[in-house]
Design a protein. Structure first.
Length: 372
């Protein structure tokens, strides 16, 4: 079989890339070393936040908007609800990057939002107790995606369009010839006109030229059974990111089967790599997260339900890398999603398809590989 494009890694981004390429009539094969989904990369752990009040940079807002549309298209294609709207809270000191950035995104893009001081926030959402001098921005369109289901949905919809998706097949090496690429796996050898590399935390190994610019970081998330579950149901409790004296905590409303989920942004700042990472959740991991729960969400501070480790792949400026490999126009790279990429998978899949098909209009300077 002759392919137009090979996608290396079928996780969050790769599954979306395979889908969008198949939609455009490209003969595409996706190659994944594990199962779809699996729990050794960056896209597992049930849920991911999606939010428009993008304090990281206002340029993300139009992309998130488009991502919402594409997630809804995907829901329609597979007949499954993947996106839940609960509203989103961004909290912090009034002059913090979080609050100033969230307000700037809302104002620049005319997003509906409400501004609260800490007391008013707790009256509206009694599950949250921020320090007295903190404030918060509520944006009603925020919510969460069922991340693993999204990966499965993209892969399933891609197969339905004729894409080939191989699992349990490990890419050992890739090379670029004149106008074509070659990929060698532990099972076979493939040729195509284009290669897409969406290897997540394996990117530094797959593209060693980027290794000095990428840091893979161990993360841990915890689910608890709240002491007062009625305060954390999705109708009374939004997704949140709060930038506090104890660190940045993010989380989700109560999942009746899994509990209340919380993570600390960058957790314990542990550099690692996907082959040697410690995937056990230790008492010190739980203590790091309990520190935030006990202080800011005390009514959620009940027994542990479960915990999970996951990996960030950080760039120096925490913006993504999306583009053609320098000097190798046959190769498109999408990586370095720095702990905030999942919500964009749907739109990144579309941008990757544009790049594969030679449409340069989708170049986004914020994500240019050449900036490093
Ligand atoms: C704890 C945690 C919380 C997060 N919270 C949010 C959030 O709330 N909102 C948000 O938007 N983002 C969030 N993120 C970030 C987001 O989840 C990631 O940016 C996104 O999942 C990255 O997807 P990816 O496709 O790059 O990586 P992955 O999904 O890991 O995919 C890479 C794939 O490539 C495969 N692969 C690698 N090498 C090979 C090879 N040699 N051969 C074959 N296959 C290979 C891997 O097995 C893997 O399946 C969070 C991340 C973590 C860890």
């Amino acid at each position: 079989m002759v392919y137009d494009a090979i996608v290396l890694g079928v996780g969050g981004m790769g599954s979306a890339a395979v889908y969008h390429l198949a939609r455009r009539g490209v003969r595409v094969i996706g190659i994944e070393q594990f199962d779809i989904p699996h729990d050794r990369g960056s896209s597992h752990g049930i849920s991911r936040i999606i939010r428009l009040a993008y304090w990281e940079h206002p340029d993300y807002v139009p992309l998130v908007r488009h991502a919402y549309d594409l997630w809804r298209d995907l829901e329609h294609a597979v007949g499954e609800k993947l996106l839940w709207v609960t509203g989103s809270i961004d909290g912090g000191l009034a002059d913090s990057r979080t609050i100033q950035g969230a307000l700037s995104a809302c104002r620049t893009h005319s997003l509906a939002h409400e501004f609260f001081d800490a007391a008013a926030l707790s009256r509206r959402f009694p599950g949250i107790r921020l320090p007295d001098d903190h404030v918060a921005v509520f944006q009603p369109e925020g919510g969460f995606l069922l991340a693993e289901r999204c990966v499965v949905a993209h892969a399933t919809a891609a197969r339905a369009l004729g894409a080939v998706v191989r699992t349990r097949e490990h890419v050992l090496e890739w090379s670029v010839g004149s106008g074509h690429v070659e990929v060698k796996t532990d099972r076979d050898r493939y040729e195509a006109a284009r290669l897409v590399i969406t290897a997540g935390p394996w990117l530094p190994t797959i593209v060693p030229a980027l290794a000095s610019r990428l840091t893979v970081e161990r993360q841990v998330v915890l689910w608890t059974w709240p002491l007062r579950p009625e305060l954390f149901t999705p109708d009374r409790f939004p997704v949140f990111y709060v930038d506090t004296p104890r660190g940045g905590f993010y989380g989700f409303p109560l999942d009746p089967e899994r509990g209340f989920k919380i993570g600390k942004y960058h957790h314990r700042r542990e550099r690692t790599d996907p082959t040697s990472v410690d995937r056990t959740c230790h008492p010190e991991d739980e203590a790091t997260l309990r520190d935030g729960i006990s202080e800011y969400f005390p009514d959620a501070n009940g027994p542990a339900a479960s915990a999970s480790t996951c990996l960030f792949t950080n760039t120096p400026d925490e913006h993504f890398i999306i583009g053609r490999a320098p000097g190798q126009p046959e190769v498109v790279i999408a990586g370095g999603f720095s702990g905030h990429g999942f919500k964009f998978c749907s739109v990144v899949g579309q941008i990757v398809a544009d790049l594969v098909l030679g449409e340069t209009s989708r170049r986004i300077n914020l994500f240019a590989i050449e900036r490093f």
